[in-house]
Design a protein around this ligand. Structure first.
Ligand SMILES: [Zn+2]
Length: 244
């Protein structure tokens, strides 16, 4: 790899990577090997991920605290982003987020590395071909997660953003408290989304698929409703119906 490639801007860098590694899911070990980067997973570190380049060594560290396979893939992709896009030689990263809204032209290198990781793992053009011409279900989201070797949460976030019907909202509750939500456009204001989960005992599997009256601020009539527990007390709720 030539030094000149490393200074290429965001989209050109990704295009070159995809030319070199066209198969999906992308093999991050092969990408790192191409650039002479060694991945170190067995050190317990303060932050989740680091990039360190010095004296001819190029290292990506992922803390041994991170045991989730998909989380590791996102962190490694984020550090590859720093390596290819940014000139600094040392990054310690504690703000590695799949869900952050990215502003291009931002000078925030953490945001840019998050965006790079997101595109590297789930390229927008490829994702669009997986989005059905109808409302999304968790079954669609599971297929996308499997095809790209990403988490269900990341798959759901991105799938909803590129939904063809734009009827879906994805909500994440931690226990009964709203953690975040994602939609295809910005037509839903935060104060329309219940801060407390309006369905009691969401952990229990006694929910009908169609629920009316619970999401009245957002939808008219019956709302199709699916839920998924990614880990811990977190619940993802995928809603679709006639948006107000
Ligand atoms: Zn970073």
């Amino acid at each position: 790899m030539t030094q000149s490639m490393i200074s290429y801007p965001f989209s050109e860098t990704l295009s070159l990577i995809f030319q070199m590694f066209p198969s999906q899911p992308i093999n991050l070990r092969e990408v790192c090997s191409e650039f002479g980067i060694r991945i170190v997973l067995d050190k317990r570190l303060k932050k989740e991920g680091y990039l360190a380049c010095a004296e001819g060594e190029k290292l990506i560290f992922v803390s041994s605290n991170v045991v989730n396979h998909h989380r590791r893939r996102f962190i490694i992709s984020h550090e590859i982003g720093h390596f290819l896009l940014h000139r600094n030689k040392l990054f310690g990263c504690s703000d590695i987020l799949e869900s952050r809204t990215i502003i291009f032209n931002s000078h925030d290198q953490e945001s840019e590395a998050n965006c790079f990781a997101s595109e590297l793992l789930l390229p927008r053009e490829s994702l669009i071909s997986w989005i059905p011409n109808r409302r999304l279900s968790f079954e669609d989201i599971r297929k996308i997660a499997s095809a790209f070797d990403i988490s269900i949460t990341f798959s759901a976030l991105k799938a909803v953003q590129y939904s063809k019907t734009e009827d879906e909202i994805l909500l994440c509750y931690d226990g009964q408290k709203l953690k975040w939500y994602s939609i295809a456009n910005n037509a839903v204001r935060r104060n329309q989304v219940p801060k407390e989960c309006p369905i009691p005992n969401i952990i229990q599997k006694y929910l009908p698929e169609e629920i009316s009256g619970v999401w009245d601020e957002i939808y008219s009539g019956c709302v199709h409703h699916e839920y998924f527990h990614p880990y811990g007390n977190q619940t993802l709720i995928l809603l679709s119906g006639d948006r107000k």
